[in-house]
Design a protein around this ligand. Structure first.
Ligand code: DAH
Length: 346
């Protein structure tokens, strides 16, 4: 259908025919900017090419006009429908709603990347669980060893309901539940190995790197004799698989009430291989997530004996991981619903 000799005309034809199929206002295709752009390109061509180029644009426009006209004829023939029907009972063949063709949609990049992250951890023996979008003070703070009125609570400034529920600011809000849920593994001589993923919420000043709503992934692993070496090996293996290359990681000391010791993990910049570039602010390293060995009080509060068992935990934002993978400069694109952005991941 699109066998125009000129490559540009062909390209535009493919785009416009694709768009026409899903367009409600079909005649608007004849005013498409892509078509106008083609006309504007004529004067820039060598004289010998102008003739064919012009002819093919006209042919494309005619073809589109014919399709628009044919569609109009079709719609005039459509039977009357009951627009007040609760679902699409007007479809004669079955009782299911008539849905838009999926041919033009695609999975949101965060959905496919989250799936990929989960698959990697699943293959490493982790169960995958969802967090929740509303929680209480106990899970968000107390069960994570935040003392009452401790200033560390301020780092997790988030939204609260008037009844005192919180929109979780991190997936760590699930740690106590997960430790309790999988505690019996330990007596069966199996580790607790869970990955939690979900949306989290923060009261942030928004900019290219900060969103009020974003996704986090969190890992929790408990067994006898678990140490920092196990934690680092797990994260390094994950990052290497996620970025399809050998990634170096660097730890620096940090503070979280729920881990002791606590670390911040930075990875060697996958773009410049530590040479320095604008993505890593010329440092060669990118800070990615918090982690550490689970604080004995956190294990105790879930009914696990911290003398017998130790564990590690880590947590970090998924958008940041994805932004680095695809060189995305602004976190706000993910929720902006911009089709130009989303279509790149089709
Ligand atoms: N919850 C922390 C945050 O959002 C990240 C984190 C740090 C998670 C250390 C962990 C951990 O599980 O052990 O800032």
């Amino acid at each position: 259908m699109t066998n125009y000799k000129n490559k540009r005309v062909n390209e535009v034809a493919v785009i416009l025919l694709d768009r026409l199929a899903s367009l409600e206002d079909k005649p608007s295709i004849l005013r498409a900017v892509e078509l106008k752009a083609l006309y504007a390109e004529i004067p820039l061509l060598p004289d010998s090419e102008k003739g064919l180029f012009g002819k093919e644009i006209n042919a494309l426009k005619m073809h589109l006009a014919e399709l628009v006209a044919a569609h109009k004829d079709d719609t005039e023939k459509l039977p009357a429908i009951d627009v007040t029907a609760p679902i699409d009972i007007n479809v004669q063949t079955d009782k299911t709603p008539r849905l838009l063709s999926s041919q033009f949609g695609s999975q949101h990049p965060l959905v496919s990347e989250i799936q990929y992250v989960c698959e990697i951890f699943y293959s490493m023996g982790f169960n995958v669980e969802m967090s929740r979008q509303i929680d209480d003070d106990y899970h968000m703070f107390d069960s994570l060893n935040f003392p009452k009125d401790h200033p560390a609570r301020d780092d997790y400034d988030t939204f609260m309901t008037t009844e005192g529920f919180v929109a979780p600011a991190h997936t760590s809000t699930m740690q106590n539940r997960m430790l309790k849920k999988y505690k019996d593994n330990l007596s069966l001589k199996k580790p607790i190995a869970v990955m939690i993923v979900d949306r989290v919420f923060r009261n942030e000043d928004l900019d290219a790197r900060h969103e009020h709503t974003f996704y986090q992934a969190e890992g929790v692993y408990v067994d006898k004799g678990v140490n920092v070496g196990n934690l680092l090996a797990t994260l390094k293996t994950f990052l290497g698989r996620y970025y399809h290359q050998d990634i170096e990681i660097k730890t620096q000391p940090s503070y979280f009430p729920f881990t002791e010791p606590s670390f911040e993990i930075a990875l060697s910049c996958p773009f410049c291989k530590k040479e320095g570039c604008n993505i890593c602010s010329y440092s060669g390293w990118i800070e990615l997530m918090g982690c550490g060995l689970i604080h004995p009080n956190v294990l105790k509060m879930a009914g696990i004996d911290p003398v017998e068992y130790t564990g590690f935990a880590w947590g970090g934002g998924i958008e940041r991981l994805v932004m680095m993978k695809y060189d995305i400069e602004d976190i706000r694109y993910f929720e902006a619903g911009k089709l130009e952005f989303l279509r790149q991941f089709k």
